[in-house]
Design a protein around this ligand. Structure first.
Ligand SMILES: [Zn+2]
Length: 238
């Protein structure tokens, strides 16, 4: 196989690639200018390219291995020749995916970090699962993170009831140990959507995963508001 780095025409994204005994002009619909892992803007170094046939569908695909000049990790990009390949023609290749994608984590306020480090851990594990497209795992994970958040918040307000709160089902815990009515309402909404994520037969879909995340965020916002208001009240009563 020929070395390719000198063959990349960056202005029109055209590249000549060997397949069998012949060379084909390929036109990539997307040129990679950012590392999917570290997210830096880069001109990736191409280490390898291969055209191969997908024996399941008969279609021809094109795979690149690139090296990131910032994090020095490699990643792959796969394209598909939607119209096949013909010698002497420009063959359009459509990007199918770039892997591996970098995983990002959510940063939470000091208030939430103090109340429930386990919530943050579970939430970010679920977020990473979602980023890896493991949605069947991320849904129950978010539900579990919510349980930590609510129970830890309840324990903060009722430290003497710690043992009972830990054993109480989430819905009861919201009813009995969350005093602020708005936090109660948004937590209940989140728990309701969260329960669906753990059912054997899920009644709802992706929309509910987004809803669950939104309600978790709302619960967080109200907890933060509640805690900050307490601090303000202490301040003026001094
Ligand atoms: Zn990188």
């Amino acid at each position: 196989m020929k070395k390719n780095i000198d063959k990349v025409d960056k202005s029109n994204k055209n590249i000549t690639i060997q397949y069998g005994d012949s060379y084909y002009n390929c036109e990539l619909d997307t040129h990679i200018r950012k590392c999917p892992k570290c997210k830096h803007a880069i001109v990736p170094e191409e280490l390898n390219n291969t055209i191969f046939r997908d024996k399941n569908t008969g279609s021809l695909k094109l795979s690149f291995t690139y090296l990131c000049s910032n994090c020095f990790d490699t990643f792959i990009c796969q394209y598909m020749f939607v119209y096949g390949i013909n010698k002497g023609h420009i063959n359009p290749a459509t990007l199918q995916y770039i892997e591996p994608k970098g995983l990002t984590e959510e940063i939470f306020s000091d208030i939430i970090e103090d109340i429930s480090p386990e919530f943050i851990d579970f939430y970010n594990q679920s977020l990473n699962a979602e980023q890896m497209n493991l949605k069947a795992i991320s849904g129950p994970g978010y539900r579990k993170s919510l349980e930590f958040l609510i129970k830890d918040f309840a324990i903060k307000n009722y430290p003497e009831k710690k043992d009972i709160i830990e054993k109480t089902p989430l819905a009861r815990c919201i009813d009995d140990y969350i005093d602020n009515q708005t936090i109660k309402d948004v937590a209940k909404a989140a728990a309701w959507l969260g329960n669906d994520q753990t059912h054997y037969k899920q009644k709802h879909n992706d929309k509910n995963l987004e809803g669950l995340k939104l309600f978790i965020k709302l619960t967080i916002s109200w907890i933060e508001l509640n805690e900050n208001t307490k601090i303000a009240k202490q301040f003026i009563s001094q």
